[in-house]
Write a protein that binds this ligand. Structure first.
Ligand code: F6P
Length: 551
């Protein structure tokens, strides 16, 4: 294993601690901009397809200098190189971590021939599915992806993001929850003969996916849909289990593709069906460009590394426990959910690579909604709550919203795009600038007539402390290529923070216990399962709740 120091034992950590106490804790963004009007230029970072404005963060040149030292002392570059070379850096599972090989140019990464061949087979199939949508007599209308976690969130997020580029006559659906309401609502909208099911599961054992696939198959057979093998395909590493289910067409991938990093593999089949082979290749090309940037740019100009380092700065020095993601593009509405798995399943860990309990915090809570919806829900707390929550704005310059060919509608949509961007910019500005009590009082020197409150008290309610940090990404346009770059940016940022924290970002043992206990409880919920003497020892709360549920 590559040696790794504990980050909190490095000289850079000590320097950051001193810097935080002396300057970092009290850094005021408004004063920082007054002192340095070139702050925007200084803290703007160009990366493939993404410009990032870091200037509204509570950092200065010294912060970045010490953070870059921290990256070097913790061996982030060495760990990155080991990942790219296919070393088994997922130590608890003894696996390589090679999602980057899925988008590498031919011959430049491990398993290249196999990767190219599998991808070609998948893309040929995706094009055939698209062609079946054009078939005049028995057209295909619906594609239902059945999967959960990484076998759902990535493809679902990307298909939503790329809707303007999608096949116009194919509707993509995603079913994940073991709750039957999920699949029932989709099955109620599709017809067996017009539907292709993709059972997406790396292991082909996941309870939710197996249950939904079985329900889909029963529904399909009951509806006289035809041959299961014609309407069900699988994206999986477990070809035998898929065959036992009755699926003969399988698209595989290796165990070195982690679930939350798998949308570039056969798990991306719904994306390839939606946007076609060329679109999928563009997605890969965008990610590859970001990989090359991550692999070669010096730490100080390496956007994924800088973002990961600022995450560490906020989490471990400022103590900010969460980060809000605010994509100002409705197509990115599933991005926060996707990032929750990517970040929190990767870096929500409490021991280091050698199993020692960590004395410092790891993954923040990541959450969000697309702008402007979030503004009318929880931005109140972001502006005036007692917690400081860094916000990440994603702005997309050019929109692809279309609704017919009327010039009036086109103009209306263009105006909405301007409103959207103005809102995103304004929120970042308001978070930083705030509004003083004096300004609030000057704007409203009298309380409303009849209000049981005086003007100074009201002004206190209308005061915004400001100095709330945010990062803004700008994309020219949301295309397969820029989306690929954006996702790879997040992947490598998560990697960077995990490498600093000395954790295995690629396992997920924390999901196991609940699964095991669920399997023990399941028989108790079955008919007759509640008979005395057969129950495993239960805590009184669980026993009481079971009784409430009639068992
Ligand atoms: O929840 C744990 C997990 O293993 C995720 O990491 C993964 O993305 C998901 O379950 C689905 O797993 P599979 O693709 O094997 O069905």
């Amino acid at each position: 294993m590559i040696p790794f120091p504990r980050c909190d034992a490095t000289a850079a950590w000590a320097a950051l601690r001193g810097h935080f106490e002396a300057h970092g804790r009290d850094l005021d963004l408004r004063e920082a901009f007054d002192r340095d009007p070139a702050r925007f230029e200084r803290f703007g970072v160009e990366a493939p397809e993404v410009f990032c404005d870091l200037s509204k963060n509570r950092i200065d040149a010294a912060t970045l200098h010490f953070l870059a030292d921290l990256a070097r002392e913790c061996g982030v570059e060495a760990w990155r190189d080991a990942m790219l070379a296919g070393e088994a850096i997922n130590t608890t599972e003894g696996r390589a971590v090679l999602h980057t090989a899925l988008r590498a140019p031919p011959g430049t990464a491990p398993f290249s021939d196999e990767v190219q061949a599998t991808r070609e087979a998948m893309l040929v199939f995706a094009e055939a599915v698209r062609a079946r949508a054009e078939n005049g007599t028995r057209p295909l209308r619906h594609v239902v992806n059945i999967g959960i976690g990484g076998s759902d969130l990535g493809p679902q997020m990307a298909v939503a993001a790329l809707a303007p580029f999608a096949h116009p006559r194919l509707e993509l659906h995603f079913v994940s929850n073991v709750d039957g309401h999920d699949i029932a609502s989709v099955l109620g909208r599709v017809a067996p003969a017009e539907t292709l099911f993709i059972v997406a599961s790396k292991t082909f054992t996941t309870q939710e996916t197996m249950a939904n696939a079985a329900t889909a198959k029963a529904w399909f057979l009951a509806g006289g849909g035809g041959e299961v093998a014609e309407h069900f395909v699988a994206a999986t590493s477990n070809v035998e289990a898929a065959a036992r289910f009755g699926i003969t067409r399988t698209f595989g991938f290796r165990d070195w593709v982690g679930g939350r990093y798998s949308l570039w593999s056969a798990i991306g089949l719904p994306i390839a069906i939606a946007v076609g082979a060329a679109g999928f290749r563009e997605l890969l090309a965008g990610a590859r460009a970001m990989d090359e940037h991550f692999a070669s740019a010096p730490v100080e100009k390496n956007l994924p590394m800088l973002l990961g380092l600022v995450d560490v700065w906020y989490r471990n020095f400022h103590g900010f426990a969460s980060r809000n993601v605010a994509p100002y593009h409705h197509g990115l509405k599933r991005l926060p959910a996707y990032l929750q798995q990517l970040e929190m399943e990767s870096n929500g860990k409490r021991v280091d690579r050698e199993g020692r309990a960590l004395p410092y915090a790891t993954s923040p809570v990541v959450w969000g909604e697309p702008g402007t919806n979030g503004q009318h829900a929880y931005f109140q707390m972001l502006h005036q709550g007692t917690e400081t929550i860094p916000v990440e704005f994603i702005l997309v310059k050019q929109a692809d919203a279309r609704a017919g060919s009327s010039a009036a509608v086109r103009d209306a949509l263009a105006s909405q795009q301007r409103m959207l961007l103005a809102n995103g910019l304004a929120q970042a500005q308001a978070l930083m600038q705030g509004r003083s009590t004096a300004d609030a009082l000057a704007e409203q020197p009298q309380a409303p007539a009849g209000a049981p409150i005086d003007a100074p008290t009201l002004a206190a309610h209308r005061t915004f402390p400001g100095n709330r940090p945010s990062t803004t990404f700008v994309l020219e346009r949301l295309t397969p290529r820029s989306l690929g770059a954006l996702i790879a940016l997040y992947e490598h940022r998560v990697f960077t923070a995990g490498a600093i924290w000395a954790i295995d970002s690629f396992d997920q043992w924390g999901v196991e216990l609940g699964k095991q206990l669920g399997n023990r409880l399941l028989p108790l919920l079955e008919e007759g399962g509640g008979r005395a003497g057969e129950k495993p020892a239960l805590d009184p709360s669980t026993a009481g709740l079971l009784a409430r549920l009639g068992r």
